[in-house]
Design a protein around this ligand. Structure first.
Ligand code: ADP
Length: 443
């Protein structure tokens, strides 16, 4: 979930809680105010009734037949008054209650005032009731209105908050995050400063830039170191090799010594291969190659097939160049593209089975060109697929000769040309190395 949505939701939840607390408080206050008001009204009516009774006497109100009861209610049945004889009641006691009363067969909720008073030696009970149905329905209407207002205000605040957070987080979403998406290559990292009035974002951006500068510097130094060391080692190894050659040519050595020298030479050749590979990777990574060539891919693969065919024949492996005749790559380095495809074809032969086959073909994918090297050899275990491009990484199951640098070179050359590599493989069934060249190299 995006940060602005999270912030807006948290804001909405906290507002909802505050609204609900306020709503409950307001509701309770309205209820108690309405009751207070009704009680005051009932008390006034009681005082008025008592003063009339004092003036004109109680007998006027008593029922002629029953001689004890007076009852009156208004036409809308929202108020009534009764006076009854009540010898057991406590005199002068004022009480309020809420009860239902049936008037002419209809039940109503009333707020009731009860008051006992003495006239002569008789004690009477005065009851005045006020219909509170009105208060209930007003209460319900108020509740409905309040909930609607709360919901509308809530939706408006969520939308407002979303807009505000989006605006405030704009530098993060539109400037810093897109930069971080290209963080895998410090060389092409976007080091521009961001234009924001939020100092935290400016600080974050500056810190990321500084960090990337440091990472870039470290990687540069590492590449330079590998290049320098490889270069320094190359000369003494070549000197040692020619000295060993001279010793062999002299022909005066015993057979045992000749065997030892040949072994040493093999080790030196292996070392030379490693140093050459490291030097090549270092030069590619230090951008020491141009990308101005146009390459006829079919022809290039033909060249590779011609150079490697002999090796394939030894294990009876068929090599097939199915690259279309008109397929070409532009803005590339021909020498490096040759090495890339040569290494892939060489591996496809090396890690194949006797009688297997290797196919090289091209495919168009949207505007990109795919070059595929496919074999039906030993395949690669899924857990090793991510490791094979690491330097000096060789699978434990691999018995063939090698230094574990062939695919590192392939990966550096692909990066250099902004191409991507995908590997599909099943152990025992074979492997497919798919190089995807971008649009600008296929026109
Ligand atoms: P090397 O071939 O010198 O060992 P690479 O970098 O070319 O080094 O390859 C690394 C590893 O990837 C190899 O040791 C091998 O296990 C595996 N590998 C590469 N290509 C293939 C392939 N076509 N089929 C099966 N395994 C392969």
């Amino acid at each position: 979930m995006r940060l602005e949505v999270k912030l807006a939701l948290i804001g909405a939840i906290s507002k909802l809680v505050i609204f609900l607390i306020l709503f409950t408080l307001v509701q309770q206050t309205i209820d108690s105010l309405a009751l207070e008001h009704t009680d005051r009204d009932l008390t006034k009516k009681k005082d008025k009734a008592l003063s009339i009774i004092k003036k004109i006497g109680i007998r006027t109100y008593l029922d002629a037949e029953q001689d004890s009861v007076f009852a009156s209610y208004n036409i809308l049945k929202d108020e009534y008054i009764t006076i009854t004889l009540d010898p057991d009641g406590k005199p002068e006691e004022l009480a309020f209650s809420q009860e239902a009363r049936i008037i002419e067969g209809e039940e109503f909720d009333f707020r009731i005032l009860n008051y006992n008073f003495l006239i002569g030696h008789q004690q009477y009970s005065l009851e005045i009731g006020k219909n509170i149905q009105m208060i209930y329905s007003l209460d319900r209407t108020l509740k409905k209105i309040s909930i609607s207002i709360i919901l509308i205000v809530l939706v408006i605040t969520i939308l407002f908050d979303l807009g505000t957070y989006k605006y405030l987080l704009h530098p993060l979403n539109q400037m810093i995050i897109p930069k971080l998406k290209t963080v895998d290559n410090p060389e092409s990292f976007d080091y521009t400063e961001i234009d924001s009035s939020t100092s935290d974002f400016v600080y974050l951006n500056t810190t990321i830039n500084e960090l990337m500068h440091k990472v870039n510097e470290i990687l540069k130094n590492q590449r330079k170191f590998i290049g320098d060391v490889s270069h320094e080692l190359f000369t003494p190894i070549s000197v040692m090799q020619s000295k060993l050659d001279n010793l062999l040519v002299s022909g005066k050595l015993p057979a045992k010594t000749v065997g030892m020298i040949v072994d040493q030479q093999k080790q030196l050749i292996r070392l030379q291969h490693i140093i050459k590979a490291l030097l090549l990777i270092s030069r590619i990574e230090n951008d020491q190659y141009s990308k101005n060539d146009k390459v006829d891919l079919h022809e290039l693969v033909e060249e590779i097939v011609a150079n490697i065919e002999e090796r394939a024949h030894i294990t009876n492996i068929t090599l097939e160049n199915r690259i279309s005749k008109d397929t070409s790559l532009s803005n590339v380095n021909k020498y490096l593209i040759y090495i890339l495809l040569f290494n892939l074809v060489s591996n496809a032969i090396k890690y194949n089975k006797a009688g297997g086959s290797v196919l090289v073909y091209d495919e168009q994918k949207e505007s990109n060109l795919l070059v595929v090297v496919e074999d039906n050899g030993i395949g690669i275990a899924p857990e090793n697929l991510d490791l094979i491009f690491n330097r000096f990484k060789r699978m434990e199951t691999t018995k063939e000769e090698g230094q574990g640098l062939g695919l590192s070179i392939v990966s550096s050359i692909a990066d250099f040309h902004d191409a991507t590599i995908e590997v599909k493989s099943h152990p025992g069934e074979g492997s497919k190395f798919i190089i995807c060249f971008p649009f600008n190299q296929t026109v």
